[in-house]
Design a protein around this ligand. Sequence first.
Ligand code: PYC
Length: 333
Amino acid sequence: MRSKLVLHAVDSHTEGMPTRVITGGIGTVPGATMNERRLWFREHRDAVKQLLMNEPRGHAAMSGAILQPPTRPDCDWGVLYIEVSGYLPMCGHGTIGVATVLVETGMVEVTEPVTTIRLDTPAGLVVAEVAVTDGAARSVTLRNVPSFAAGLDREITLPDGRTVGYDLAYGGNFYAIVPLDAFGLPFDRARKDDILAAGLSLMAAVNAEAEPVHPEDPSIRGCHHVHLYAPGTTARHSRHAMVIHPGWFDRSPCGTGTSARMAQLHARGELPLHTEFVNESFIGTRFTGRLLGTTEVAGVPAVLPSFTGRAWITGTAQYLLDPADPFPEGFVL
Ligand code: PYC
């Protein structure tokens, strides 16, 4: 057995969505902040991300997180988010996976009934409160980064001539939020190809016409997620299909998407603070969210979202790269 690389991983899933947590083999990435590290890694070590996410070690909907020492003194761990499509500033399901792995592998000091872990992410501070019994992480509640509505009641015309109304909101990533009804589509996995095509066409149009940019950090930009909510959805219980660039669905209820959706509903006057909001994924799994307060991001009214979900460890692995492997960066079919 020969290898140019040995990457240590604890694999997990959060409400159905994988998080491959890289616990060793990368070293400390240069950068004064986690966002600088995200940009450095994207420029200099993208091959490692490709190898970990793409086939044959991953798949087209693979997602992961690289553990790092924190860049700020008030945090326990730093996290870089990786997935097939790139490097997210923040990932909710991934952070629930990270917190579960940190507790269940003993990489943080565990206290019962709640272990608090402060995480340094490219989008800012995220606090995880892990409910622990008998050493097991039962659920994780995240206090996410400030989230805000970036545009309500926008309209866009798609290449097929259809004009669609949508809202845009930020919850750690930017989300275009639109009812499935706008495309005349049912909330039915049998129609997943049509739902995916609808979401991708809206995403491309939004980025071409009105690419969103974070008001405090222009390196956080672009709409790579489209939240298509189901008929019958309310401001207390929402069901949705989350279309993600370049062409897959979130299997989890999407933590940053849940935060963006709560910010949008709050801006519309439909979701008060401290009110339970259940967000259901395309496969029927759930996060339960609530808004803890209000704030501002560069003068834009914002909310402080939290949400709760569960993750399970599925395996541990050392991923290798044989020097003779013809696919050192893997591939996506
Ligand atoms: O849970 O925030 C999330 C997420 C982003 C992309 C996939 N999941």
